[in-house]
Design a protein around this ligand. Structure first.
Ligand code: M6R
Length: 362
């Protein structure tokens, strides 16, 4: 049942504020993090290894910034298909965390099995609680997104981010980098996301207009810094999956080390720039792109657009948001752009060519 929407993907994008609220209610009680089944004490863990595929991997990439920044925890991340064959040494004190919507992805499951008996604790963040990955973990954390039908993952991604952000706050508190009041404050920021998402979802029409222009492009670049670099990857993956337009993500600061050679007036460059600590640096990279004739689509808030100045091709104005949770909110325009561009191109949005919802063979 598409609930009145044209596609499951549209329905699942629209559902995000309400499913996110489910996760928040499940994990946050009286301003404190509460994990099921005895949880985990991050004070007894020295490092975290996070492994996943596709969109779930980009959730890990985002979370790496959070765990490092607020919990001062060393984090290693890898895609499961590489991790499982490189026979990485797992030192004592390591927690291994696997993120998977389906809980059945073959490479992620194999990576988990590789860590059995080596890692101190095996955690998973899953949407399907009875899945293999959930069953084989010491602690399975459900994301409570509900069934996701569209091949392009949307609500599972933002729910994964939400659970990982909550977990990072717990790690910060366990490791003495936040007291109870600071943790409660960080959790309040996460709790503010569903309402902001509702505002961001009302940008549907605006992203629809922009997407009609993007649909003409052969290549599109996504740029971001910090956690927005992870989001840039997610935006590019979503776009290529369903619109079949070639899209790549780069860390803004890496641009001048090669990729800027790709820029000309035919290549739209999507810059994801909430006003965070790195905003000015991202904007200066954006100006380098514009100086070379690149067409910039800037996604930022009102003040950000003002500070960015003139010459931007198109702008999508987001609600103001605390930088900590900006990656969760900025997933919305990334998803809407992919969706509307695919619709404009007339592709099979829910069942894109060559792709399966769950990749159970390697
Ligand atoms: O079920 P999983 O989360 O383990 O799936 C991982 C990837 O196959 C999945 O995220 C894929 O990249 C999606 N189609 C992305 O939209």
């Amino acid at each position: 049942d598409k609930g009145g929407h044209k596609h499951f993907m549209a329905k699942e994008i629209a559902e995000q504020p309400s499913v996110l609220a489910n996760s928040l209610g499940y994990y946050i009680k009286d301003g404190q993090v509460e994990l099921p089944d005895g949880g985990i004490d991050f004070a007894s863990i020295d490092r975290l290894t996070m492994v996943a595929c596709g969109t779930a991997f980009y959730a890990c990439l985002t979370a790496k910034y959070w765990f490092e920044q607020i919990a001062r925890m060393p984090v290693e991340i890898d895609v499961a298909s590489e991790f499982r064959y490189r026979e990485p040494p797992i030192s004592k004190g390591t927690a291994a965390l696997f993120v998977s919507q389906s809980g059945e992805t073959a490479d992620t499951l194999a990576a988990l099995r590789y860590c059995e008996g080596k890692a101190d604790k095996i955690l998973s963040v899953v949407n399907v609680p009875e899945s293999s990955i959930a069953r084989e973990s010491d602690l399975a954390l459900p994301i409570l997104a509900g069934a996701e039908i569209g091949v392009a993952s949307t609500k599972a991604f933002t729910c994964q981010l939400t659970v990982l952000a909550i977990l990072a706050v717990k790690a910060a508190q366990d490791r003495g980098h936040m007291d109870a009041a600071q943790a409660a404050e960080a959790l309040e920021k996460i709790k503010s996301v569903p309402a902001l998402m509702n505002q961001a979802l009302s940008l549907g029409e605006r992203t629809n207009d922009v997407s009609k222009l993007l649909a003409e492009a052969r290549d599109i670049l996504f740029l971001g810094r910090g956690p927005m670099y992870a989001l840039a990857h997610e935006g590019a993956l979503k776009l290529k999956e369903i619109s079949y337009i070639h899209a790549e993500a780069y860390a803004s600061g890496e641009l001048k080390h090669g990729p800027i050679a790709l820029v000309d007036k035919h290549v739209p460059v999507i810059v994801m720039a909430p006003r965070d600590a790195l905003f000015d640096k991202t904007i200066s990279n954006m100006q380098e792109v514009m100086a070379r004739g690149g067409k910039v689509l800037l996604i930022t808030d009102k003040q950000g657009a003002k500070e960015a100045g003139d010459g931007v091709w198109e702008t999508i104005l987001m609600p103001e948001v605390d930088p900590f949770v900006a990656p969760i909110l900025y997933a919305i325009p990334a998803q809407l752009i992919a969706y509307h561009t695919a619709v404009a191109k007339g592709t099979d949005v829910d069942q894109p060519r060559n792709l399966a919802k769950s990749v159970t063979v390697e």
